[in-house]
Design a protein around this ligand. Structure first.
Ligand code: IPE
Ligand code: IPE
Ligand code: MG
Length: 241
């Protein structure tokens, strides 16, 4: 009988990526294909995010980032934008206690000041509640854009009167200053672009573009992505020994 491939057995736990970043794409198309509204795709996408967080923790990953709403996503119909924010708020609200219990630390990057107030409140509460946790860091990008982040950093540097920067100083002005660069970036749904996600931080990330739409991306797909990552030869400009 045909046996489904079990990717988990192939994972080398001595060579895990520290930070995996997810560009959660394909929710709308996934829903449309099923004759549903795009917002249904976002709802099931939130379930996928939950499964991935739990599984990443079980695998011992240190940091996961999720691109949930880009600075360009304001160009979508207001109903859809409102629904995305509502789903994000409900997710944070309902999972707060379990994040705390699981020793997860929630961080949010992006310009949160433009988000609805109830969502801002949940973000602040989650960050505050979990700030001393030492387990998996769950970093959520909301109203985030890589270019906006870089410009924001430059403006802060100017304000601080810093005359010259190096990579370490510049990095300390980014919103991701407390987390390592992504080792692996996974963009679902087959699109092969970054869409303004962590432009500075992804300079040496391995990129992986599975065809799976985000709502279907679960434990098994994460295992497969890690196995693929471990096949890559990261040279960082050097030559192979
Ligand atoms: C990703 O899915 C979620 C967000 C951008 C918020 P999309 O909504 O982009 O789904 P597609 O790409 O249109 O299928
Ligand atoms: C990128 O997806 C943003 C998020 C996943 C939040 P989009 O669907 O917005 O990107 P484009 O428009 O296809 O580049
Ligand atoms: Mg999309």
């Amino acid at each position: 009988m045909f046996k489904k491939k079990n990717y988990k057995d192939e994972i080398d736990f001595n060579r895990m990526p520290n930070h995996i970043a997810f560009i959660m794409d394909g929710n709308g198309r996934w829903a449309k294909k099923r004759g549903m509204l795009r917002t249904y795709g976002h709802k099931i996408g939130a379930n996928a995010m939950e499964s991935v967080v739990r599984h990443a923790r079980d695998l011992g990953i240190k940091v996961v980032s999720f691109f949930a709403f880009s600075t360009e996503n304001w160009n979508r119909p207001k109903d859809e934008v409102d629904e995305i924010f509502r789903i994000a708020r409900d997710l944070l609200k309902s999972k707060k206690e379990s994040f705390l219990k699981s020793n997860m630390k929630i961080t949010v990057i992006g310009d949160v000041s433009k988000l609805p107030e109830d969502l801002q409140k949940e973000i602040a509460e989650c960050e505050q509640l979990t700030k001393n946790n030492t387990g998996l860091i769950v970093n959520i990008a909301l109203n985030y854009g890589g270019r906006a982040e870089i410009i924001g950093a430059i403006n802060k540097i100017i304000k601080d009167g810093v005359k010259e920067v190096n990579e370490d100083i510049f990095r300390s002005y980014l919103q991701t200053c407390n987390i390592p660069d992504p080792d692996l970036v996974i963009r679902t749904s087959g699109e092969q672009r970054l869409s303004n996600f962590m432009m500075y931080q992804c300079a040496y990330s391995e990129l992986y573009f599975p065809k799976t739409a985000w709502p279907d991306f679960r434990e098994e797909q994460l295992d497969e992505a890690i196995v693929e990552f471990q096949k890559r030869d990261r040279r960082f400009g050097a030559i192979k020994k």
